[in-house]
Design a binder for this molecule. Structure first.
Ligand code: WT7
Length: 653
């Protein structure tokens, strides 16, 4: 049964326990009051939230500026600094509180206090300044999951440089594209990453990205010496991290930023073209993160918060680099993987660090169920009080295991729906106020005017599927696509809906209680292990191979990854068979890994003399999806230009 089918059959409801309800930040009454306030006085609601939750250098007087819609502005005349909000404002009473518990791959851990974090961030910020980095300059961060990755991001925020973090699993081609698009001045990397006992050279990937000579904006490459291995070195532009901070002061006056100044760019996949640089603001973005911590994660000052994401994704930006620090939390930064040294690593770490709030992805849960369904029971998980899920719909079977075996039927699960573009939670339970249902992300947060609409933009009836939209602008929404305002407007505020509704790209429906159930993407975007990939991106990578004439990529359900990549390929020469087919398929898989990254590698490659097309030449993707699943084709193929290829393409090799 696919995840979506089992979600459709779900009817269980779970109430939070009394203890949780009595201590919750937001009671059911408080939730209703927040929603009423947002409905009655939308701008007042957000203005109060921004004043209460952020520290402003210069208070704002304007709230929402809709004059250039859909280029909305929030708190536009206010000034603040994100790093000041994440660090300095806690130094009065929390200088010695642990900000980061940094657990390395080998199990050693270090505690970094807010004061120490402050000092390290300032030193690195001063180092960047000494290299000529100024407000508005772009810095690409291609780092392993180390405390230094957070320090580098915070240092950029401190001096007003715009960071663009590139996930450490991306290849040199992806790094190069992002450097070029953002015209980055500095690259921050490490000689190697260490994950699951394996060492991966990051610095040489950066070198390869720069070797084409077209990354002309780059002035320096700063390299963290994470391991002792030999590192290829270019005297003209490489600098060691430890040399950059050498002798730098541990004080650095924050650059006071306009609330609308960009905080960062993060590239994400869409249905067309190259990944787009999602641009977030300073004020609105930070506000969204803080509210998610207080409302959804019910943040308490003695919590130990752990988000298992990588800083290369939005989840790591918001729930590692910014929001936990902005509320003064103690959080874990984990370098390793859930399966090393064995599949109990997460549970062992929860026991070791007395984690209270644990936030991970359904794909991780599913793989850990496979590897050791009873392992959590071997550890003391009594510190846990709240569990979170993110990245894709969670199937009820995985939900139940997470709830009973990890949370011991004591901890609410917050299934949080949001996106790179929204910056913070949008639809998610407020755990002390809501009952929860396995597979539903429940209701929109106060101030988030989510709806489900048909093609004309009209709300659909309860129980009917439609397109998920957000009808009013909200502070944490992306501001634009880096240097592509037109693509921003047409992608997210399409004319079909009057240019006024934010189109999320997901389909969803509401149940009789108004709870929202996400059904998946409506565009050509795949969700592989919670990672977002454009089918077009993989197709372009494939056709860039000299052997390939044409390629079409679709997803197929996968019990651990959620979705797996299937590629239908037409070669320039003859259709390969037998050993030859095996050989070419292996070659194309490693080609995609090299062009984009391992995460985009097809699981399954099928060769045909052609692709199924309509007489007008359109590839019939729906048909390919059926073939990918191995199901019998029931669609009408009489209009196909070339029906005989169907048999070829149904053969897995
Ligand atoms: C897409 C966004 C920001 C979270 C990390 C992924 C899917 C995300 C859920 C959820 C069902 C979810 C959606 C969304 N998604 N969370 N709780 N339930 N689907 O961010 O890479 O920008 O991907 O992930 O399809 O559009 P992203």
């Amino acid at each position: 049964m696919s995840a979506i089918e089992s979600v459709l059959k779900e009817s269980r409801v779970f109430q939070p326990n009394d203890d949780f309800v009595n201590n919750a930040n937001i009671s059911s009454d408080a939730y209703n009051a927040l929603c009423n306030k947002a409905n009655e006085d939308y701008e007042g609601f957000w203005a109060d939230a921004a004043r209460e939750n952020l520290t402003w250098k210069k208070p704002f007087t304007q709230v929402l500026d809709e004059s250039k819609a859909p280029f909305y502005k929030w708190f536009a005349d206010g000034e603040l600094n994100a790093s000041y909000n994440c660090i300095d404002r806690h130094l009065i009473d929390k200088a010695n509180k642990t900000a980061i518990i940094y657990e390395k791959d080998d199990g050693q851990s270090e505690h970094i206090t807010y004061q120490q974090l402050h000092d390290s961030v300032c030193q690195f910020a001063n180092g960047l300044k000494s290299l000529g980095v100024r407000k508005g300059d772009r810095v690409v961060i291609y780092m392993p999951m180390t405390a230094e990755a957070v320090i580098a991001m915070q240092a950029c925020a401190r001096i007003g440089a715009i960071h663009s973090v590139v996930f450490g699993g991306f290849s040199s081609g992806a790094v190069r594209d992002r450097i070029k698009d953002a015209e980055a001045k500095i690259i921050v990397t490490a000689n190697e990453s260490v994950r699951g006992g394996k060492f991966t050279p990051l610095k040489s990937t950066v070198d390869e990205a720069l070797s084409h000579g077209d990354c002309t904006s780059v002035e320096k490459v700063i390299v963290l010496k994470r391991t002792d291995s030999d590192t290829p070195w270019n005297e003209s532009h490489d600098l060691w991290w430890h040399d950059v901070i050498q002798g730098q002061a541990s004080q650095c006056e924050p650059e006071w930023m306009n609330a609308e100044d960009p905080l960062f760019i993060l590239y994400t996949s869409g249905s067309t073209g190259k990944p787009k640089g999602v641009q977030h603001s300073t004020g609105g973005y930070l506000l969204g993160g803080v509210l998610s911590m207080r409302w959804v994660f019910d943040y308490k000052s003695n919590d130990v918060f752990w988000c298992t994401a990588d800083v290369g994704w939005i989840t790591g930006h918001t729930f590692i680099c910014y929001a936990p620090l902005a509320v003064g939390a103690t959080q874990i930064v984990f370098e390793g993987v859930p399966t090393y040294p064995d599949a109990s690593r997460f549970w062992q770490m929860i026991e070791k660090h007395k984690v209270t709030t644990f936030y991970t992805a359904p794909t991780a849960i599913r793989s850990l169920i496979k590897l050791g369904p009873d392992l959590p029971g071997k550890f003391d998980l009594s510190s846990l009080r709240l569990l979170g899920s993110v990245g894709e719909p969670i199937n009820p079977e995985a939900w139940m295991w997470y709830y009973e075996t990890v949370g011991q039927s004591r901890c609410p699960i917050v299934d949080t729906w949001w996106q790179t573009e929204t910056g913070a939670h949008m639809i998610a339970p407020i755990p002390g106020a809501f009952s929860i249902k396995p597979g539903s992300c429940t209701l929109p947060l106060p101030g988030i005017m989510a709806d489900i609409v048909d093609e004309s933009g009209a709300s659909v009836e309860q129980g009917k599927g439609g397109s998920l939209v957000i009808k009013r602008p909200f502070p944490s929404l992306l501001r634009t696509i880096w240097r592509d305002d037109a693509r921003f407007a047409s992608t997210y505020f399409p004319d079909e809906f009057g240019g006024k509704m934010y189109l999320a790209g997901d389909s969803a429906y509401r149940d009789e209680q108004g709870y929202i159930w996400i059904m998946g993407r409506i565009d050509d975007v795949l969700n592989v292990s919670g990672h977002r990939l454009g089918t077009m991106e993989i197709e372009s990578a494939l056709v860039a191979n000299p052997l390939v004439a044409e390629a079409a990529v679709v997803g197929k359900p996968h019990d651990v990854k959620g979705e797996a990549v299937v590629a239908f390929v037409v070669l320039k020469g003859n259709r390969p068979e037998g050993d030859e087919a095996q050989k070419v398929a292996a070659e194309l898989k490693s080609w995609v890994a090299h062009e984009i990254g391992k995460i985009a590698q097809p699981d399954d490659i099928r060769f045909g003399e052609n692709l199924p097309k309509t007489r007008s030449g359109k590839i019939m993707r729906r048909l390919l999806r059926t073939l990918a699943k191995g199901e019998t084709v029931t669609q009408d193929i009489s209009t196909l230009e070339n029906p005989h290829v169907m048999e070829q393409l149904s053969e897995s090799i």
